[in-house]
Design a protein. Structure first.
Length: 491
């Protein structure tokens, strides 16, 4: 194992701020190009997480441990890890000041500080996360709790919130909702009505009169594989069968519903996620089929964990508060946290009014300081903030920063690519790939349909690509593969 280097050097040819997806990818690329010791990475955290895996951890489909690596094992060869945090940027002197008091200077800098989770912007949220029923896939501290809460859910409202701020992977709160729905169905708490409908359909096809089935299912000898409540009874009955007629279905049925133990799954989102028609339709269909109560233009402002009550403010068309609020009782509350640019960036000369790094959207070069480039979630580019987008950012800055180092003008243009594998159940994914103009699908297949192969990509292929390709600076996004598939499609 490589040991981390604590700096004595106070100057680097290239200083990378942040050792997440973008920072490690950028440092890896340039550590291969520049002489040993030229690249420094400032990163305070000891553990590095593959965050796209958090959705699956929350759904009990992966362990948190499988998504964690020690940061020191990921620092590229020849680069220096500075285990500290930038507190102050002084770009006019090409200098950063660290929390520990050190000052580091640079010739060139890549800022890859990500986005800051701001649970503190919701009154009571930080305390509520420590209480039963409240969780968030966005934090490694509360992601495993999501699965535990879904498994312990005994009925009531399961509420999933979306903030009124930028957020990384805007699909993740929805994914948490869909995955919870799958878990509750598997546990037999949701979907009994559809089981009954299937029962009726079979009865109709077989011309069987099933009046009274609901009551009969509670009596000895009557069972159904269509319901999680009565399927095990089938096996018990078969084992105890002592002779007589074994019918497919009982002979009487009365109109009515079984009592649902879980009454409502509600998703609060500011706006519909993807502006791209095919993804939007697919997502709406999923929510409809799952009977999810989708409520838009509401923003979570307070959590009262004593009374298990979440308060939402209503938003107008411009996402401004209307001055009206609504309280929703919850049994399970998954918080999609408000986010902002990281503190040190917000107050720096690199930031625009929103606090995010002000870059040229095409070259990813700082608008004010041409020796500085941005990568990842901390920039003000209009792409969806995802690790997939980072792959295209890295491709762009690899060329443009190299040119800047050679005294040339940047020529590579970021294509706006981002992707969000929308997990819609415990084994189906809509593999959304897009930029602000439309879909940018890599494969020759229709990716707007939820499929098992896309789930396998999400579960197995993408983590591998992240650990072995993206953060090692080898993966520049799927543009080349996409061009090949386009040729196949057009034939
Ligand atoms: P990060 O990887 O977050 O790294 C930023 C780093 O900067 C951190 O390590 C931090 O410690 C460091 N830092 C912060 N402040 C300072 C400072 N002052 N000084 C020094 N260092 C600092 N993406 C996808 O492509 N597909 C998905 O399916 C997907 N799902 C997701 C699901 C969830 C629940 C979450 C949370 C994220 C998901 N993402 C997904 C998003 C993806 O993880 C991020 O977009 C990606 O990690 C962004 O990379 P980054 O380098 O910009 O930020």
């Amino acid at each position: 194992m490589k040991t981390s280097t604590v700096v004595n050097a106070k100057h680097f040819k290239l200083l990378v701020v942040g050792g997440g997806a973008g920072g490690l990818g950028a440092a890896s690329k340039f550590a291969r190009k520049l002489p040993r010791g030229s690249v420094g990475i400032i990163e305070p955290r000891e553990d590095h997480y593959y965050q796209p895996g958090f959705t699956l951890v929350g759904g009990g489909l992966m362990t948190l441990e499988a998504n964690r690596r020690k940061q020191e094992t990921l620092i590229p060869k020849g680069a220096t890890w500075i285990r500290d945090k930038v507190q102050l940027f002084t770009p006019t002197q090409n200098l950063v000041k660290l929390r520990g008091g050190d000052e580091i200077s640079y010739d060139y800098m890549v800022i890859a500080m990500g986005i800051q989770l701001r649970f503190d912007m919701i009154k009571g949220a930080k305390e509520a996360l420590e209480t039963p029923g409240v969780c968030s896939n966005y934090s490694p501290f509360y992601v495993e709790k999501h699965y535990r809460e879904a498994m312990n859910f005994k009925g009531g409202n399961a509420v999933f919130t979306f903030p009124n701020t930028p957020i990384k992977c805007a699909g993740a709160p929805q994914k948490a909702c869909y995955i919870t729905d799958s878990i509750l169905r598997k546990r037999g708490l949701l979907g009994i009505e559809s089981y009954l409908k299937s029962l009726e359909k079979v009865a109709r096809e077989k011309d069987i009169d099933i009046k009274g089935a609901k009551e009969a299912l509670e009596t000895p000898g009557v069972c159904s594989n269509y319901s999680p409540f009565y399927v095990e009874k089938h096996y018990r009955k078969a084992m105890n069968f002592k002779g007589g007629n074994a019918s497919d279905l009982c002979d009487q049925f009365e109109e009515g519903k079984l009592l649902l133990e879980a009454t409502l799954v509600s998703l609060e989102i500011k706006k519909l996620l993807f502006g791209i028609e095919s993804y939007l339709k697919s997502r709406e269909k999923v929510a409809r089929e799952k009977d999810i109560d989708v409520r838009t233009r509401r923003n979570l402002i307070e959590v009262d964990s004593n009374n298990k009550m979440a308060t939402f403010e209503f938003l107008d068309e411009d996402s401004k508060p209307k001055g009206k609020t609504e309280k929703v009782e919850y049994s399970l509350l998954h918080i999609g946290p408000p986010c902002s640019a990281p503190e040190a960036l917000r107050s720096s000369q690199f930031a625009d009014k929103s606090g995010f790094m002000d870059v040229d959207w095409s070259s990813l070069q700082s608008k004010r300081f041409p020796n500085v480039f941005g990568v990842g979630d901390c920039m003000n580019t209009p792409n969806a903030k995802t690790a997939a987008a980072v792959s295209s950012h890295l491709k762009t800055i690899e060329t443009n920063l190299t040119q800047a180092m050679q005294g040339k003008q940047p020529c590579m243009e970021y294509d706006g690519y981002a992707s969000c594998p929308l997990v819609v159940s415990t084994n189906r994914v809509i593999l959304a790939e897009f930029n602000s103009k439309g879909a940018m699908e890599t494969t020759p297949f229709d990716q707007s349909k939820p499929t098992y192969w896309a789930y396998l990509m999400k579960r197995y292929f993408m983590p591998m690509l992240y650990w072995n390709g993206l953060i090692k600076g080898f993966w520049n996004g799927p543009a080349t593969i996409r061009n090949c598939s386009r040729m196949i499609r057009s034939k």
